[in-house]
Design a protein around this ligand. Structure first.
Ligand SMILES: *[C@@H]1O[C@H](CO)[C@@H](O)[C@H](O)[C@H]1NC(C)=O
Length: 148
C-alpha cells in the first residue's frame, strides 16, 4: 500500500514533465541577436524559452545589440561584465537596438515569452495578443517602427 501511494505521484509527475516540452515547443520563438563591438560583431539565435545561453565572447566589449525580430530589451535578460546601463533604441532603418554603456562584454543571454510579428494582430476580437516584436501596436496590428 505504501508503495502504491509513493508511486502514483511519481507517475503523475513524469506524465506532466514529459507532456510539457511537447506543448511548449510549438510556441517558442527564436530570437536573433547581433552583438556589435565596434567594427566587429557576432550573432546568436536562441529560443525564447527562458534558458540561459553563453555568448562565448567574454572578450568583446559590446556597444550595440541588434534585435530585428524580438523586443529583446523587455523580454531578454543580458548578463554583462561590470554593470553597464542598457537602453532601448531604434536604428534609422527601424530596427530594435539595445545600447550598452559603457561598452561591456556580454556573457549570457536568456529570453522569455512571445511577441507578435509585424502586420500580425496585437489585438484580436478586443483581446490583447501580445507585445510587438519589432514595432508598435496601432489599429490592432503591429506596425514597423519606420515605414519602408
Ligand atoms: C558583421 O561583421 C561582418 C564582418 O566581420 C560584416 O560583413 C557584417 O556586415 C557585420 N554585420 C553587421 C550586422 O554589422
Amino acid at each position: 500500500m505504501k508503495y502504491l501511494s509513493i508511486l502514483a505521484p511519481a507517475l503523475g509527475l513524469l506524465a506532466t514533465t514529459s507532456a510539457m516540452p511537447l506543448e511548449e515547443r510549438d510556441d517558442v520563438q527564436t530570437v536573433h541577436l547581433t552583438f556589435h563591438a565596434g567594427p566587429t560583431n557576432y550573432t546568436m539565435a536562441i529560443p525564447a524559452d527562458g534558458s540561459s545561453h553563453d555568448t562565448n565572447h567574454n572578450d568583446l566589449a559590446v556597444n550595440i545589440i541588434d534585435a530585428p525580430d524580438y523586443n529583446a530589451f523587455y523580454q531578454c535578460d543580458f548578463t554583462a561584465v561590470g554593470n553597464p546601463t542598457l537602453a532601448s533604441s531604434i536604428s534609422p532603418t527601424g530596427q530594435n537596438q539595445i545600447l550598452v554603456g559603457p561598452p561591456s562584454p556580454i556573457t549570457q543571454v536568456s529570453c522569455q515569452g512571445m511577441c507578435v510579428p509585424t502586420y500580425s494582430d496585437c489585438y484580436r476580437d478586443g483581446q490583447y495578443v501580445g507585445p510587438c516584436c519589432a514595432g508598435f501596436c496601432a489599429a490592432n496590428k503591429c506596425r514597423p517602427w519606420v515605414r519602408s
